[in-house]
Design a protein around this ligand. Structure first.
Ligand SMILES: C[S@@+](CC[C@H](N)C(=O)[O-])C[C@H]1O[C@@H](n2cnc3c(N)ncnc32)[C@H](O)[C@@H]1O
Length: 397
């Protein structure tokens, strides 16, 4: 499928250079054309310096969806506005890491670190240099190596490539499975089309099992025209690289996320060009649906209102039916922070089966569990409502 995000449709100019230069300028002087109106909770802005408040190039507010104590990674952190909001929300026990490839932005974000830490009474924030599509490579380490080993020959180029591989392996910028929440605010669209799939794989790699991504970005309702794609200003202005809205969700699905959900879709477009609407959208997606399927006699009942629903593994849950699920799906559907939790009634077995005794569960798309399996075949209890203490004296039915 050739879409605007397909490498076959890449514009001929150097996208990365165009983006870097535009946001180097955006770090020096506020660029009103890059600002998309965004509603942050004002109380978290009180301690932020005016420069950070003004040099805001986000398009949504992914910081709303974080919990205390979490480790959060912000992709394309700019001057650090989202990071410093998160720093307050996760508290002293949490941690915030901002990644950007732009020295000018990193300089501003880092400059205010002592002042903000002083106001908060703790420092839980750091800013690192890297490309968000390759979160293994620490670009500050690369720069140090390059200053000592300038490249002038093919041999030196190959030495450089080996050094990058060594750095990726021995000291990755962001380790596998190390992050509770990845956020990003208006950055993913700026990445080169040929790197976008890798970008989503990186997002997935760094998250721990059960972790999630909350991404605000610009999406469009139709593919941008060749004229839009070939305009470098529209690329760096978060327009030409915008995801078509349904493809944005599919990018998460393709790399293994589940529970993908639109949290916010602005009704009014931010810009309309040649009849194509560009607007802000915030999406949440979870990691951790892989692993063995074990039988522990668990079931769930889907409450409705839809007649039936399907999850990201293809299981179908019929409204009101006691559906048999494996332990992994049961946990995904019923744990307190699950995106499905409010629609699902858990039906655990009367006799818990220890994990080490659980046998393989044969996952089917649609399997109904007999109540006897929940209760056990020997279950023969008779209990009438007289024996139950459900009514006050004199009120009984
Ligand atoms: C539109 S601004 C958003 C900044 C910030 N998230 C905010 O809400 O103000 C995009 C930022 O992402 C950075 N950026 C763009 N492409 C990047 C990439 N491939 N890797 C790392 N940073 C990138 C830019 O330097 C810039 O700081």
């Amino acid at each position: 499928m050739v879409t605007s995000q397909s490498p076959l449709n890449s514009p001929l100019y150097d996208i990365e250079k165009t983006v870097l230069e535009r946001y180097q300028e955006g770090a020096k002087v506020q660029q009103p054309t890059l600002c998309c109106p965004t509603d942050y909770d004002g109380k978290y802005l009180e301690i932020l310096p005016q420069e950070i408040i003004e040099k805001d190039y986000g398009c949504g507010d992914p910081t709303r969806y974080v919990s205390e104590g979490e480790t959060v990674l912000d992709l394309g952190s700019g001057t650090g506005k989202n990071c410093y909001i998160l720093a307050q929300k996760v508290g002293a026990k949490g941690q915030v890491i901002g990644v950007d490839f732009n020295d000018e932005m990193l300089k501003i974000a880092r400059q205010y670190q002592p002042e903000i830490a002083n106001k908060l009474g703790y420092n839980n924030t750091q800013f690192v240099k890297g490309k968000i599509q390759d979160l293994t490579l620490n670009l500050e380490q690369v720069q140090t190596w390059l200053s000592a080993h300038p490249i002038q020959s093919i041999e030196q180029l190959s030495q450089f490539e080996s050094e990058c591989d060594r750095l990726r392996k021995n000291s990755p910028l962001i380790a596998d499975n190390s992050i509770d929440l990845v956020i990003s605010n208006c950055v993913l669209n700026l990445v080169h089309p040929q790197d976008k799939e890798q970008l989503f794989k990186e997002l997935y790699r760094v998250l721990r099992r059960g972790g999630r991504a909350v991404i605000s970005d610009i999406v469009c309702d139709e593919d941008p025209t060749p004229e839009i794609l070939n305009d470098p200003d529209l690329w760096s202005g978060c327009i030409a690289g915008a995801f078509r809205e349904e493809n944005f969700l599919k990018m998460f699905e393709n790399v293994g996320f589940y529970g993908i959900e639109i949290l916010k879709r602005e009704e009014t477009p931010w810009q309309v060009i040649d009849g194509i609407e560009f607007r802000s959208m915030t999406v949440r997606a979870y990691k951790g649906k892989e692993g063995p399927c074990l039988e522990r006699k668990q079931s769930i009942i889907y409450q409705g209102p839809w007649k039936q629903v399907q999850d990201d593994d293809g299981h179908i849950f019929c409204r009101g039916e006691r559906m048999a699920v494996c332990d992994k799906t049961y946990q995904i559907l019923t744990r307190p922070e699950s995106p499905y939790q409010t629609d699902i009634i858990p039906v655990p077995p009367y006799q818990e089966i220890p994990l080490e005794e659980a046998t393989e569960f044969s996952c089917q798309n649609k399997a109904i569990r007999h109540p006897k399996e929940t209760k056990g075949s020997d279950y023969k209890l008779t209990e009438t409502n007289q024996a139950m203490d459900c009514c006050s004296p004199g009120e009984c039915c």
